[in-house]
Design a protein around this ligand. Structure first.
Ligand code: HEC
Ligand code: HEC
Ligand code: HEC
Ligand code: HEC
Length: 238
């Protein structure tokens, strides 16, 4: 068998890290690797219901809502596979949340973190820093396509749908169990409205406040909603 170092010496690195490596799913890393550079979004996200979503699974939390949904308010749902998929980050995927994992590791994956919407960061996070350096040192912008190839998600509607529209009759074709117990049939306030949520623009933005991008990346896949989001974005303080 050819080891990676021998392959590299033979100039086969491109082959081995090419299509084969891409088939392997990138790892989830937890929110802290992102907030290291994106602390403005991190501070805002921490105040959202998404950041605290795991706590809702604890015994006694949100008792009225649970009762209304036919759940047991006294039960601990934090180790229930029917719940953690939507209340933690990357459950059951490489590097993602695992039931029974060490509390220390779990801390950065409990709740709906950055990677629940932006995709597992194991490969694309390094590209962000490198591209920023390239802009600073050579004035060059970088193509966005390699980010998508490295696992960054730009189809936010689909990401939201996987949790918010995962119930029968939602109109989302990919719905499959375990379904969300909190649907518009239970209460109209659980109706999912992507645009209203992402463009909320105020302190109650359920995603996070949006900050002006410098334009380090260019080209497709540019999210359709980017222009509108950036039009209302604020300057990040350095
Ligand atoms: C080493 C620093 C660094 C790390 C780590 C990092 N980023 Fe970034 N990220 C950047 C920079 C710099 C940009 C370009 C910002 C700009 O254009 O002004 C960027 C851009 C982005 C963008 C916009 C990309 C686009 O389409 O233009 C998103 C979304 C993003 N980062 C999310 C994340 C997430 C989620 C993580 C964690 C998995 C992460 N970043 C980790 C530095 C980083
Ligand atoms: C991994 C699953 C998951 C993803 C992905 C996800 N959400 Fe959520 N969302 C939740 C959960 C769980 C809650 C409830 C949190 C709680 O109170 O425990 C929630 C709550 C919300 C709320 C209510 C917030 C509040 O303050 O009451 C809105 C609005 C929302 N999400 C919008 C979105 C949008 C828009 C997207 C996509 C850009 C998205 N969500 C992606 C799981 C998800
Ligand atoms: C398919 C994804 C999904 C699964 C599975 C799921 N949830 Fe949720 N849960 C959500 C979403 C999305 C919301 C937010 C709904 C909203 O505010 O619009 C939510 C909200 C909640 C809330 C807060 C409701 C409120 O009114 O504040 C509780 C509590 C909760 N879920 C508990 C659970 C429990 C317990 C389980 C397992 C039995 C579970 N969830 C399984 C997606 C899911
Ligand atoms: C519930 C989904 C969701 C979560 C969780 C989330 N984001 Fe975002 N994020 C979005 C959406 C939607 C946009 C706006 C679309 C765009 O411009 O790409 C966005 C935009 C961004 C941008 C572009 C600049 C801006 O402020 O709009 C960065 C950088 C970013 N997110 C980083 C993060 C980091 C870091 C975290 C975790 C601390 C995080 N996001 C958590 C959905 C999410």
């Amino acid at each position: 068998m050819i080891t990676r170092s021998i392959a590299a010496a033979l100039g086969l690195a491109v082959l081995l890290s090419g299509p084969g490596a891409r088939a392997e799913a990138p790892d989830y890393k937890g929110f802290r690797v992102c907030t290291k550079c994106h602390d403005a979004q991190g501070d805002s996200w921490k105040k959202t219901a998404h950041a605290r979503a795991f706590e809702s699974l604890m015994a006694g939390a949100k008792a009225d809502a649970k009762r209304k949904a036919g759940l047991d308010p006294a039960a601990d749902y934090t180790a229930d596979a029917n719940c953690v998929g939507c209340h933690a980050t990357g459950h059951g995927k490489p590097g993602g949340y695992r039931i029974g994992m060490e509390a220390d590791e779990a801390r950065v994956l409990a709740g709906v973190g950055c990677e629940s919407c932006h995709g597992p960061g194991g490969r694309y996070r390094d590209l962000h820093g490198a591209a920023s350096d390239r802009l600073k040192s050579a004035g060059d912008t970088s193509p966005r396509a390699p980010l998508a190839e490295a696992g960054q998600n730009f189809d936010y509607e689909q990401a939201c749908a996987a949790c918010h529209l995962n119930f029968p009759g939602s109109g989302w074709a990919a719905a499959k169990p375990p379904h969300s117990p909190f649907t518009p049939r239970l209460d109209a306030k659980y109706t999912h409205d992507f645009r209203r949520a992402v463009l909320a623009g105020d302190r109650n933005n359920p995603v996070h406040l949006h900050f002006r991008l410098r334009g380090v990346f260019k080209g497709d896949p540019l999210p359709a909603i980017r222009g509108e989001v950036q039009a209302g974005a604020r300057e990040a303080e350095d």
